[in-house]
Design a protein around this ligand. Structure first.
Ligand SMILES: [Ca+2]
Ligand SMILES: [Ca+2]
Length: 481
């Protein structure tokens, strides 16, 4: 063997060694990936949306008259956010913003009839992210705003049970044919809870939780429709109704409201004005209405309880992340207002619970102000899905430690140019005409004294004003009915 042949021989030998080493390394890495993947399967997700449930519930205040034992049962397993707020106090802008991760001021989806899919044709919803990540995504009830059929997003689900039409009584129950519509009626209905939309939605979810655990992880969306109007609940949910009092009000409360509030809130004043006229003629109507709303909350809570029972009986129990939220709150006459559609606390403060096994402790409360724009990025992070640019940020640091630093206040938008900013202490509201409200929740939890015109609060207002959106997307067209 010549010197040249010897050198070549060594050359070939080392090349082989390097190639084998590289191959070996790749095999090891792939093996580690497979092992890691097998060792840590994706968690299942139970995603519960409640419609129009406000904060007058025992989940948020043990003294509150509306008892919600199943919401409390769920909160006992994870984290309750005690200062959680919707993104917008109306069904469609709230839900479409939460489900797409983009606020109304980014998307232009401000109203209940705004065509959110037309505004965001390519944006993936939370459910589409989970489908793309290999999840089986199923759901039932009210997830997207249901009013117009076009709002449901078929691409978001592998399987979905649409809401059946509301089962209506043969005639109006509130004895006032001229007051409101049948959609704002209240009373005991139907006789059997099996005839309700939410019983059927819960049934679908119970069956889904009973389905065998297969290769694909499950994302299950459960959209509970009550306490949304009409305020009907079966008789058994009125058991404690007699104990419900009337919410606190102050008769001169509107005197210090600015023009922006007077004009925006004037649009929905009929509900309250009509109620007070009705109550003069039919004493007790207002009280009956409150009792019906409370019964609807108890009914919604009971349906949640049925779904939680199914989860507990399932092998999925300890590997399921549960996220529960209400799309906004509801006034029951506080500030002379019945309805949502306001930037005040009652329309925006919502129940929000996250149970994340291995991340959240049990029965933990977090008092940092958050709005529901955290839901999209939080769910992606909890389940190890790739991060996506969103208007909100992930709340996982708070889930790990509820006292983590959190500089952001909650931001709410109702109609173009109208916003509220909620910090731990203050609620600042600015309307499209530039007029303002400011409430100090340390001393004024009912928001009776508007401090916005007082010069000593300029600094407080400025520190909240800087969180208002810097852009205000043009309002998208409404969906044709
Ligand atoms: Ca709603
Ligand atoms: Ca006032």
């Amino acid at each position: 063997m010549t010197e040249h042949q010897r050198i070549r021989c060594w050359d070939v030998f080392w090349k082989c060694v390097r190639r084998d080493a590289v191959q070996m390394l790749l095999v090891c890495l792939a093996g580690a990936f497979v092992i890691t993947g097998e060792a840590k399967p994706k968690p299942d997700v139970l995603f519960v949306a409640i419609d129009d449930m406000n904060d007058w519930i025992s989940l948020l205040d043990p003294e509150a008259p509306i008892k919600t034992p199943n919401l409390e049962r769920l909160a006992g397993r994870g984290m309750l956010f005690t200062r959680a707020y919707c993104i917008s106090p109306a069904c469609n802008p709230s839900r479409s913003a939460l489900l797409t991760g983009l606020r109304p001021s980014t998307s232009g989806v401000y109203a209940n009839n705004s065509d959110w899919r037309k505004a965001l044709p390519k944006r993936r919803t939370i459910m589409q992210q989970f489908r793309a990540a290999g999840y089986s995504v199923r759901g039932a009830g009210k997830i997207f705003h249901h009013k117009a059929k076009g709002f449901h997003d078929e691409d978001s689900f592998d399987d979905f049970q649409m809401m059946a039409p509301q089962n209506m009584p043969p005639k109006k129950l509130n004895q006032s044919p001229e007051y409101g519509s049948r959609n704002t009626d209240w009373g005991v209905w139907p006789p059997d809870e099996k005839e309700t939309i939410d019983f059927r939605t819960a049934n679908y979810c119970i069956e889904a939780l009973r389905s065998p655990v297969r290769d694909k992880p499950l994302f299950l969306a459960c959209g509970i429709f009550k306490p949304h109007s009409p305020f009907f609940a079966p008789g058994e949910y009125f058991r404690d109704a007699g104990k419900i009092g009337l919410p606190p009000r102050r008769v001169d409360d509107w005197n210090d409201l600015p023009d922006g509030a007077q004009s925006l809130m004037g649009r929905t004043k009929w509900f309250w004005n009509g109620m007070t006229r009705l109550d003069r003629r039919l004493p007790g109507s207002y009280r009956d209405f409150i009792q019906a709303y409370a019964a609807c909350c108890s009914f919604a809570d009971a349906q949640l309880g049925r779904v939680l029972d199914a989860l507990d009986a399932s092998p999925r129990r300890d590997r399921t992340i549960v996220v529960l939220w209400s799309d906004h709150g509801f006034h029951l006459g506080e500030k002379d207002h019945i309805e949502k559609f306001a930037l005040w606390e009652k329309s925006n403060h919502v129940p929000f619970i996250v149970v994340a096994p291995g991340v959240t402790g049990k029965g933990v409360r977090c008092s940092r102000p958050v709005d529901l724009s955290v839901v999209y990025p939080t769910l992606l992070e909890l389940c190890g899905l790739p991060a996506v640019e969103c208007d909100g940020v992930s709340a996982v640091p708070l889930l790990r430690d509820p006292r983590s630093e959190w500089k952001r206040p909650a931001l709410m938008t109702y109609g173009r140019g109208n916003h509220a900013v909620r910090s731990e202490r203050w609620r600042y509201i600015r309307y499209a005409d530039g007029s303002e409200e400011l409430y100090d929740h340390d001393v004024d939890p009912h928001e009776w004294s508007n401090l916005a015109r007082r010069v000593e609060y300029e600094g407080v207002k400025a520190s909240h004003r800087r969180w208002l959106p810097s852009k205000e997307a043009k309002e998208v067209a409404g969906l044709k009915r």
